[in-house]
Design a protein around this ligand. Structure first.
Ligand SMILES: *[C@@H]1O[C@H](CO)[C@@H](O)[C@H](O)[C@H]1NC(C)=O
Ligand SMILES: *[C@@H]1O[C@H](CO)[C@@H](O)[C@H](O)[C@H]1NC(C)=O
Length: 583
């Protein structure tokens, strides 16, 4: 379930005031025009992906099953019951995808390691899969040969299934130990070459969609309780791994360990209403502060503790559904992110609303708010992903003022389109990237310490419960074809130009990029259409041939002799007729 989004017609007043030093100004709304300028020298540009979404080869070379393999193999969990069993076949296409990265001229590539590919049962002491280690070793080596920095995520949602089945997954505190053992294996095997580590990608989604709504694997609906417990263990596991790295590997390997938090921005509907301002703050704290405040300031946001505590006691519970940290734990967790990875896609307007405690515990009702979208925002291609570039700048400034201006890496930003047939002229994505990257540039001018940007994503790929119906790629993937060919969308050309220039030089040039990008895509579009027709024809032939091949034995044993006998008989009859006529 996504929380209901209602259109709001209220007009918003533009108010110009200056940034507060300590506190974020919720009423500041600077949505000025396009800013032409450059990124600081050394700013890094990249693209991202994740293992389950792209690798395929789900049961090859000794890989164990993940919770996503099991979840997608159950019917009714994903769009059209689709799975990522083969997906982009990235496992077999390392060199091909490297060529795409070279074409883009990115300086970094964000990828994730599949825990069950390295450790089939999840428990390092039980077994380690050498073929899995070889695969990631080769991938990392090829990246470095091409001067592309790998940014490696340890956990992008594919928990080894055995850990879920036997021990309850992230509901069980012992996951911390297993995850730490796995992380140490990765540092040992790859840490000589990998210098940027991300423990978890989007822990909000792991907890909320995995354990509250059940839309994602493992599909549990432990409303208002399991969700907080899962997050509690994820945070502790992150801290544990950071300390492991700090103690045993940092001096030798000199890398950084961070986390990637994905969050929407929440803006008050009415900036003159204190209730709306507070509701918007609750939205951001329940989504982002839940993890960021804990890692950077040492505890859950005060507002979460208050709201969940209050609701819990109204529900007759003796103790808050939000677990608490001891003071030793707080000290252990605080300051355990060398950089902050930010994933960001869209924004909501927020207004306050009281949910009665009798509705039963739920993460969503704990927040007491309603999410809205502005009907004036352009209609999105995927129903949830509205393009609201200014929200990005607001979020980045919030990071600066709330968490002591940490080093930020934008780890995910991009947009999807819903398409039934091939469409390489992705005007919508070009506009989106242009707007969001520009707001990020403004945030850097505001003093936010952003070091790199990762466009999400390199390829169209498996989008979890949405299957292949949402396409996030800069490259189009033809999933229907067995060879999974990749085709550049227009946004490849446009993003390339931003990377090459390291910013937006001037109106004329940026408009020129735009024109060139859309020109080249129309010719590629025609090529793809021809390819699709070939595929359709090939599929048709396969349909005709398949029944034939499966009946081949019958054909040779029965049909062939029968046909031969018939031929001989017919020839004999014809011969007789011929002979009679002659006589
Ligand atoms: C997915 O599986 C469910 C349950 O078996 C079935 O009812 C549904 O028709 C399937 N959907 C498609 C598109 O095959
Ligand atoms: C948690 O995991 C451990 C093994 O690590 C297991 O012994 C224990 O039974 C699990 N607890 C629950 C509640 O499943």
């Amino acid at each position: 379930m996504r929380f209901p989004v209602i259109h709001v017609t209220q007009l918003l007043l533009l108010a110009l005031c200056s940034w507060g030093e300590e506190e974020f100004q919720w009423t500041q709304t600077d949505r000025g025009s396009f800013y032409y300028g450059m990124f600081p020298p050394g700013f890094t540009w990249g693209v991202g992906s994740s293992a389950y979404q792209t690798e395929g080869a789900w049961d090859k070379d000794g890989k164990g099953q993940s919770i996503w393999d099991v979840f997608t193999h159950k019917k009714g969990k994903t769009f059209m019951n689709q799975t990522a069993d083969s997906s982009c076949d990235g496992y077999y296409k390392v060199q091909e995808d490297m060529d795409l990265l070279k074409e883009l001229k990115v300086s970094h590539y964000r990828l994730s390691i599949s825990w069950p590919r390295l450790i089939p049962t999840g428990i390092r002491a039980e077994s380690v899969n050498e073929k899995g280690i070889k695969y990631y070793n080769d991938l990392i080596d090829v990246l470095l040969e091409n001067k592309i920095t790998p940014i490696v995520t340890l956990y992008h949602w594919d928990l080894p299934h055995t850990l879920q089945e036997k021990f309850g997954g992230w509901q069980n505190i012992t996951m911390i130990t297993y995850f730490n053992d796995y992380a140490n294996l990765c540092f040992e095997k790859f840490g000589d070459r990998v210098k940027y580590w991300i423990t978890f990608s989007n822990p909000w989604s792991i907890a909320v969609e995995g354990y509250e709504t059940g839309e994602h694997a493992p599909g549990l609906k432990l409303r208002g309780t399991g969700v907080y417990k899962a997050a509690h263990h994820l945070i502790k596991a992150h801290a544990k791994v950071w300390h492991s790295y700090n103690k045993h590997w940092r001096s030798r390997q000199n890398g950084l360990v961070g986390i990637s938090l994905t969050t929407e921005w929440g803006e008050p509907v009415d900036i003159s209403s204190q209730k709306d301002i507070e509701a918007a703050e609750r939205f951001v704290q329940f989504n982002f502060g839940w993890f960021a405040n804990t890692l950077f300031n040492g505890d859950y946001p005060q507002i979460m503790k208050e709201y969940i505590g209050q609701k819990s006691s109204q529900q007759g519970l003796g103790i808050s559904r939000l677990p608490s940290f001891t003071s030793q734990e707080k000290a252990f967790i605080k300051g355990t992110s060398d950089f902050l990875g930010i994933g960001h896609f869209t924004t909501r307007y927020i207004t306050s609303r009281n949910f009665r405690a009798t509705q039963g515990p739920s993460y969503f009702t704990d927040r007491d708010l309603t999410e809205l979208v502005d009907p004036k925002w352009p209609e999105p291609e995927s129903k949830w992903l509205y393009s609201v570039p200014w929200g990005f700048r607001r979020l980045l400034n919030f990071v600066k003022t709330q968490y002591g201006n940490p080093m930020v890496l934008v780890t995910e930003n991009g947009v999807s389109e819903k398409m039934l047939c091939a469409q390489l002229c992705d005007e919508w994505r070009i506009q989106y990237l242009k707007g969001y990257i520009n707001e990020m540039l403004k945030a850097i001018k505001d003093g936010v310490h952003i070091q790199g940007y990762t466009a999400w994503s390199l390829l169209d790929k498996f989008e979890w419960d949405e299957g292949f119906s949402e396409r996030f790629g800069l490259y189009y993937v033809e999933f229907k074809s067995k060879s999974k060919p990749r085709y550049p969308k227009a946004s490849v050309q446009f993003y390339k130009k931003i990377i090459k220039a390291n910013g937006f030089p001037n109106v004329r040039e940026v408009e020129n990029w735009h024109r060139i990008s859309t020109e080249t895509c129309s010719t590629t579009n025609q090529l793809l259409a021809a390819e699709e027709q070939r595929n359709a024809a090939a599929n048709l032939l396969r349909l005709i041939y398949d029944p034939l091949t499966s009946h081949m034995e019958m054909v040779t044993e029965i049909v062939v002799p029968t046909v031969c006998t018939l031929c001989i008989l017919i020839s004999a009859v014809l011969l007789m007729i011929l002979l009679r006529r002659k006589s």
